[in-house]
Design a protein around this ligand. Structure first.
Ligand SMILES: [Zn+2]
Length: 181
């Protein structure tokens, strides 16, 4: 389970930032460097609240489906949901654990994108051409490959969802881990 520790910590940190800052101060950045115009009574950032709710629900649903034992109450702090997830799926089957790691990785990337960190896709290999050079397209909500020779069958540049990148990343890790043993 050690190989997911960094991704879990990052996912947790991202969720914590979204939960504690964006939820309450939709008009300022996470660092608080920009002057705030938020007035009392400013509504919550509904998009962020939805995002957090959806992510937590996905984790809880999967944990409750796969956990060998009853999962008990959820943690008090929303960002602790990933530790709770790992704890309750530690003895689940290998496929369930792989699926869990993919969910955590994807959510870690989704939190980064929600926080405006579009660079998160740059460290991922393109699943099509296996080179680095992906760029996030906010409109399409996909990572576009900038390699001019990486084309689909219609001759258009290829692009990937975060789910696809997360799956590739975890499967690559799994292959490396198997080779190492
Ligand atoms: Zn490519």
């Amino acid at each position: 389970m050690g190989r997911t520790d960094d991704d879990t910590a990052e996912a947790s940190a991202g969720l914590h930032l979204l939960d504690t800052h964006y939820r309450e101060h939709p008009q300022t950045g996470p660092t608080g460097r920009r002057a705030t115009n938020a007035t009392p009574g400013t509504p919550l950032n509904i998009g962020i609240v939805d995002h957090i709710t959806r992510c937590v629900a996905e984790v809880v649903d999967h944990a409750r489906t796969e956990a060998p034992k009853p999962t008990g109450p959820l943690p008090d702090r929303v960002a602790d949901i990933y530790d709770w997830y790992l704890q309750h799926t530690a003895d689940a089957g290998p496929e369930a654990r792989l699926r869990r790691d993919i969910i955590i990785k994807r959510q870690q990337m989704e939190h980064a994108i929600a926080l405006g960190d579009h660079k998160v896709v740059r460290t991922h290999w393109c699943p099509g051409c296996r080179t680095l050079g992906l760029k996030w397209n906010s409109h399409a909500r996909r990572a576009m490959c900038l390699n001019g020779r990486c084309l689909d069958r219609h001759g258009a540049g290829r692009s990937w969802t975060l789910a696809r990148l997360a799956t590739q990343y975890i499967l690559d890790q799994e292959i490396r881990a198997r080779r190492a043993t």
